[in-house]
Design a protein around this ligand. Structure first.
Ligand code: AHM
Ligand code: MG
Length: 334
């Protein structure tokens, strides 16, 4: 029988049963994350009606001007997850320090890193935004996790996922056994398995990069993009298409669906800060998903999931997507 049409809850419970040592804690945690995402989908969908467009008066730890929805969606995740007993602590793009679990709630065995509203520059113009999350194990016997407990390589992730709030609300999940995509059925309020076992084609003729930064790029990236743009008249002998959503969740969803390469490279403007995208709650979870779907994810010189994080808000250059294209741009860095 086809699995298509299964609810995400049934999918998670059946996955849990297939692993007899599983306690149900991860299923419980994921159900909490999914509830938070449904609430966020609703807020994003109704943001104009609710008067939630525009900026708040604050900056986040990265010095970025926060949107009202950045703050609100962060609070939704925290409030859905801090009392349920599955987490020991959280890290959010929007909050400088670790988010601890209040003393009167039980502590769980997992750590959550999340970006509550990725691509939020798109929210006021009615384009896709999303929520990205990564689940790590909290070392046993640690009652109050500190920064060092979060600084685990991407290869240590137990689960990663993201939601895209687009024409449909989609949830993409991996627990290390392939990648599955679910669509929110708003009529019944449930995510339904619509895209089982997503696979990224090894070849592609579509790239995604913010071309307005071209003059700041390093030579391997300039060379790779020049060759794509030359199309049939250059060494690649085929024409390339370009997309840039300014929303990593939308780009990664597109790549999971029809292939492609996504790049946010180091450039001379952002070299000092190490890149634009954040390792713990953007690059690592997306890399886990991309690799589980047969793609490749690199900084240009190193597999992203092998990086030893040094700080919770660390940034990295990102090249991810169809295997043969990512390997090509990586080879230009050698
Ligand atoms: P955000 O988490 O503050 O939204 O920033 C991350 C986003 C990514 O989703 C997207 O790929 C990138 O920033 C777009 O950057 P730019 O506006 O420089 O093109
Ligand atoms: Mg983000």
């Amino acid at each position: 029988m086809s699995d298509i049409g299964q609810s995400v809850n049934q999918f998670l419970v059946e996955t849990q049963r297939a692993h007899p040592s599983a306690t149900g804690d991860l299923t419980g945690l994921l159900n909490d994350v999914i509830s938070a995402c449904k609430k966020i989908a609703n807020l994003v969908n109704r943001s104009s009606i609710l008067g939630l467009e525009g900026y708040a008066s604050s900056n986040n730890v990265q010095g970025e001007h926060q949107k009202k929805l950045d703050i609100l969606t962060n609070d939704v995740v925290v409030e859905h997850l801090n009392w349920t007993g599955h987490l020991a602590a959280m890290v959010s793009e929007e909050i400088d320090d670790i988010i601890t679990i209040p003393d009167d709630y039980p502590k769980g065995k997992y750590l959550l890193c999340f970006d509550p509203l990725d691509g939020s520059s798109n929210v006021d113009i009615n384009l896709s935004v999303g929520t990205i999350f990564s689940v790590l194990r909290c070392p046993e016997d640690i009652k109050k996790p500190s920064h060092e407990h979060f600084l685990q390589k991407g290869t240590e992730q137990v689960c990663a996922g993201f939601c895209v709030y687009g024409p449909s609300t989609m949830l993409i999940l991996t627990t290390g056994f392939g990648v599955n995509g679910f669509t929110l059925d708003r009529e019944v309020g449930e995510f339904i398995l619509t895209h089982p076992n997503m696979q990224i084609p090894e070849d592609t003729a579509e790239f995604a990069i913010n071309m307005s930064n071209q003059r700041y790029w390093q030579s391997p990236v300039k060379r790779y993009i020049d060759e794509c743009v030359q199309g049939v008249d250059g060494v690649r002998e085929k024409n390339f298409n370009m997309r840039w959503n300014a929303s990593m969740v939308a780009e990664v969803y597109r790549i999971l669906t029809r292939g492609g390469i996504f790049m946010y490279p180091l450039d001379s403007r952002i070299a000092q800060q190490g890149g634009k995208l954040r390792l713990m709650y953007e690059a690592n979870p997306m890399s886990f998903i991309i690799e589980q779907a047969g793609g490749v994810s690199s900084t240009g010189t190193q597999r992203i999931m092998d990086l030893q994080p040094e700080t919770i808000h660390q940034r990295v250059p990102v090249f991810l997507g169809s295997k043969n294209e990512v390997e090509r741009v990586v080879s230009y860095h050698k």
